[in-house]
Ligand binder design. Structure first.
Ligand code: AMP
Ligand code: SF4
Length: 457
């Protein structure tokens, strides 16, 4: 999922279009935009599909205004299709309309929702945006910033919220610092985005990250900052660096490509492979493969090629579709891999489907040995912060030892990176991160146990 907001720029929706497109890798299920005119009039369009499928010039021309919010939807398995779940959500209220886009997952959502429903609130969707809206509306007699701050402090879990009122944007990040959110400057206006790669395509200049527990108000006075919570921890989702984000993005001051390359170097030191060439699985593992090759002195080769026009396999909802997708997505280059011992670098193993197919593909193309090196630790626990890493039952490393996984995927040898080395790959830029899907240490209070998370998936 990702959020994007533009304040104070002509044709804000066109910029959001380009920004969302640059972050398409974060969610391909659906997308939406809500724009606001200085008069307070709000326009909205949303739909299932990629950004360029949902929006065209005609749709964008109707999204008038100098403020705009955008959202990309990434459905968790079994999430079902309900257009109401596509954000941004907009709300009418006697103190003025507002819209909200969200990235993350609130772990005490059920408790808050039960409480609000018992008080008479009626929900139209399952979105965390609507949950926050109900909390904000509850105390409408105070200035809005205070009701928003109170509402945010009631939420446990991960979030990056962008709230658009008739004349302001509010950018808010969870107090645990799990999900990213950055602010950029664009002419006289501002941009807020889940990933900084959007700033480059929009012509914006990176200003800073929103801090954990912070709410930044953006309006005609510029930027103002407040802390809505005394807590402000840095537990950035390790999977952002490992897999999700684009290599050209900087998250909490650490560049994603630099992180991945360093993790490749460290993985060689932790788990060297006797190989002739290093091959990375495109695209998310290429930076790490470069690091592994550089540190080992082995040649870095393009043994696999990706068809760019197919979405990320994992995001397609059913296993059958996923399997089909893997085949369509990658091909081995015979002239490169034939007769070679390969060190195959991939970012993660979730169910094991991808690795098994790739190892098989390389062998069919003539590789003599395949040594799989994974640039993340073994994934054993479900994520409850908005990343669809599937239920624990389906996580291959939750049920099998490394030796067993090696056999299942058909590799000659297999090694994963340790949590310690993974964290060290930020070169001191991150002191802590969330590694909960790897080590089971969840940085927030948990209002339900893992079996409940599993049931939900
Ligand atoms: P699997 O076949 O289930 O083992 O999937 C592993 C591949 O999925 C990895 O190589 C990653 O590139 C990718 N991946 C890892 N985590 C996610 C995620 N949360 N969403 C989509 N793709 C993912
Ligand atoms: Fe990211 Fe894993 Fe933490 Fe979820 S549990 S936020 S995927 S590191």
């Amino acid at each position: 999922m990702s959020v994007l907001g533009v304040y104070g720029v002509e044709h804000a929706s066109s910029l959001v279009y380009y920004g969302l497109h640059s972050m398409q890798h974060r969610g391909q299920e659906g997308c939406g935009m809500v724009s606001a005119e200085p008069s307070g009039e709000i326009h909205r369009h949303r739909g299932y599909g990629l950004v360029q499928e949902v929006f065209n010039e005609e749709k964008l021309s109707k999204l008038e205004g100098t403020m705009c919010l955008g959202h990309l939807l990434y459905t968790t398995a079994g999430g079902g299709r309900n257009t109401d779940n596509i954000e941004p959500r907009s709300f009418l209220h006697n103190t003025g309309s507002f819209a909200i886009a969200h990235n993350g997952n609130i772990v005490n959502a059920k408790q808050i929702r039960d409480y609000l429903e018992s008080k008479g609130s009626l929900f139209q969707s399952n979105t965390n945006a609507e949950l926050l809206a109900h909390l904000i509306k509850k105390e409408a007699d105070e200035p809005r910033i205070f009701t928003i701050m109170e509402a945010l402090d009631m939420l446990e879990g991960s979030f990056a919220f962008v709230i658009m009122t008739q004349n302001r944007l509010y950018a808010c990040r969870d107090k645990y610092g799990i999900r990213p959110l950055a602010i950029g400057k664009l002419g006289d206006g501002y941009v807020v985005s889940s990933e900084t790669c959007a700033f480059d395509v929009m012509g914006a200049e990176f200003l800073r990250d929103v801090e954990p527990g912070e709410i930044v108000t953006i309006d005609h006075n510029g930027l103002r900052s407040r802390k809505y919570s005394l807590k402000s921890e840095h537990n950035m989702c390790a999977m952002e660096y490992i897999y999700f984000a684009r290599p050209d993005s900087d998250i909490d001051g650490c560049n994603v490509h630099a992180f991945r390359k360093e993790s490749g170097r460290r993985l060689w030191r932790e788990a060297p492979a006797e190989a002739d060439i290093v091959v990375g699985v495109p695209d998310s593992s290429l930076s790490a493969a470069m690091g592994y090759a550089e540190e080992s002195g082995l040649p870095y080769e393009m043994g696999l090629i990706k068809n760019k026009y197919i979405g990320r396999t994992f995001i397609q909802p059913s296993q059958a579709l996923r399997e089909k997708g893997v085949k369509m997505k990658l091909s081995a280059i015979r002239s490169i891999v034939e007769g070679k011992r390969i060190a195959l670098i991939d970012d993660s193993i979730v169910r094991g489907t991808t690795s098994k197919r790739i190892v098989n593909m390389l062998r069919e193309a003539g590789a003599t040995e395949v040594h799989v090196r994974i640039v993340s630790p073994t994934m054993k626990y479900p994520c409850c912060y908005g990343v669809d890493t599937t239920s624990q039952d389906e996580l291959i490393s939750a049920k099998h030892s490394v030796e067993e996984v090696c056999k299942i995927i058909g590799a000659d040898t297999l090694a994963f990176m340790s949590v310690k080395e993974c964290l060290a790959s930020s070169n001191g830029k991150c002191e802590k991160m969330c590694f909960a899907c790897f080590d089971g240490i969840y940085p927030t209070p948990m209002t339900h146990d893992i079996s409940e998370i599993n049931k939900k998936k």
